[in-house]
Design a protein around this ligand. Sequence first.
Ligand SMILES: Nc1ncnc2c1ncn2[C@@H]1O[C@H](COP(=O)(O)OP(=O)(O)OP(=O)(O)O)[C@@H](O)[C@H]1O
Length: 690
Amino acid sequence: MTNTLRWQNLKVLLASTKREFENLQSQLQSDLKQLGDQVLDMSNAALGYHKVMKENRALHNMVQDLKGNIRVYCRIRPAFDAEAKTIVDFIGEDGSLVVIDPLKPWKDGRKIFEFNRVFGSSATQEDVFPDTKPLVRSVMDGYNVCSFAYGQTGSGKTYTMSGPGGESTKEFGINQLALNDLFLLSDESKDIMSYKIHVQMVEIYNDQIRDLLANDPLLTKYPFIVIFPCMNGNGLPLPDASVHPVNCARDVIDLMKLSEGNRAVGSTAMNNRSSRSHSVLTVHVHGEDTNGNIIHSCLHLVDLASSERVDKSEVTGDGLKEAQHINKSLSFLGGVITALAQKNSHIPYRNSKLTLLLQNSLGGHAKTLMFAHVSPEGDSFGETISTLKFAQRVSSVELGAARLNKESVEVLELKAEEALTPQTNKPKEASRTPFQKPKATAELQEGYDVTKLYDQAGNDSFMKTPPSPPFAFRSQDTPQTPASGLKYQQASRSPTSGFKSQQPSRSPTSGFKSKHAPRSPTSTYKSQQLPRSPTSGFKSQQAPRSPTSALKSCNAPRSPTSAAIKGQVVKTTEITEQKPLTSSTHGMGSQIRRSLQTIGKLINGSDRKNQQKRTEAAAPLSPFSYQNEEKSSTTSNARTVRRQSLTGIPLLTMSRRSSLGGGSVPDSCANESRNCKTPVASAKLTKRWL
Ligand SMILES: Nc1ncnc2c1ncn2[C@@H]1O[C@H](COP(=O)(O)OP(=O)(O)OP(=O)(O)O)[C@@H](O)[C@H]1O
């Protein structure tokens, strides 16, 4: 009885445990499902985040484009004497500024100017930077950007660009804030883009460039032992000064401190620590996304030397010489701005080192930002007006749409390929990068190839001479890597192949371009159909590697079809040899057309008889010597004639095999086939070819 009760209790317990277990199981399942859904949501959100970020970037650049790629801001320094009367009459939210001549305080003395924005004397660095930020950020998207500070001495250029010199972010200048932001942006987008940032700091003093970050003190003392040319070895408007990798804002601040110590400053009547030179901080950005696309751009942050009149600054001797140089270079800068504003065909960038250095950021396809600085004091009115007029002129310049310095994987492949392409095969212009303009307009060139710089810049130094490609082979040389063959094939598909006039064409007959004609239709066929095979590229260009194919190339082909082709190919080769590879693509096209026609005829068999006769007459039929061929041909003809006389059947031009439905194999082949083993492979290839 107790046992039965116990048994029943156990049964109930088991049933309830089972139920509980089932409940737990279903709960676990629903929890897992929920977790799965959450993971899915999260991954969708992550994907969406990247998409939205990309869209945001695109929209941001669109807004920038709509706003215009040249921005002019005016900043008014606080008056040194709070009691003194200021010349600033009105600052509008829309960027208008009214200044008043202290000598003519009535209506005629008012001058109105329009800029993108005017910052009053109470504006802090943090107020100014947000308007700069969007433009500066474009550099991370691959645009060249230039921000320069202009104004008379003591008007606050250095204050804006470098800050008052403190360590806190509040005391940062545009330079530090911009770099800080670039690092922030680089960190935010590290999942999709990896950036390398390098900086360069130079000074243009008395129209000579010197490296502000040089370790050797001899390089930073005037007169300079080493004067850096404005163009480096690559002909790029880039000072040949040291390039330093930076990983955070701190690195930049340290470098800026070093550069400050090396800068040429002097005392003028208007500023006791006046910059006597133009300082240029160049930030080189090199980014690579997850797909292998590359951007390379640069940001110039320029603190110009002061634009005051020589008599006002009361400088003499060396100071006067400095001032004259400064004024000259600023007037050349004005000349460039005027030429750009008037859309002149010639822009005089080469008149000074400053304009030469900034040429890739001033005109054309860069984004430019100018800070016009003015002092509010009445005695600076003349200087203020000239600064504001200059700024007004700059704002009237219409820059073209900013150009993205981005290179897709395909373009990079083409470039790599081009480096390996023999120089003799390239037209003169082919040596330019896709971003470069013809030499005639080199002066206006921008978007220079900073990748070269990164090739050259090691971790901490900048080598002057670009490394030449490890090897270069001529068109007939055997390339060292099979990959180059592959690249040729890939490149020919690229939509950008138009850049390379000498790249292999997309035509299926590209194999015919080479001086080595294809050995047999199948080899041509292979090179057309299997472009990705590393060796296929070579087949059309190089001598065959396998001993068999080598034999084929040296002697007459075994297959009569290939013999027929050979006959044609010999012709093609002759034509090719008459017209070297350096001939125009037009010549190449007609050559390809001829080759195509030949192949077409062979495929259709329309010209079969003639072809056969020609083949018999001209092309060798066996891999042996001509003598042997002649013998063999005569013997076979005699045999055929004898057979005809014995059987009374008229002479056939087609072989027995072809009459049985096989390919159009000429009789000669049948003869040969009867005398030796049937060349199965050749028959097969013929069928495939047909
Ligand atoms: N916005 C500002 N707020 C406070 N102080 C400022 C501001 N702008 C300039 N100053 C002060 O004015 C003085 C002159 O400024 P700064 O040296 O930047 O002028 P500058 O245009 O670079 O002159 P120079 O061309 O002669 O070097 C400095 O003492 C600086 O601290």
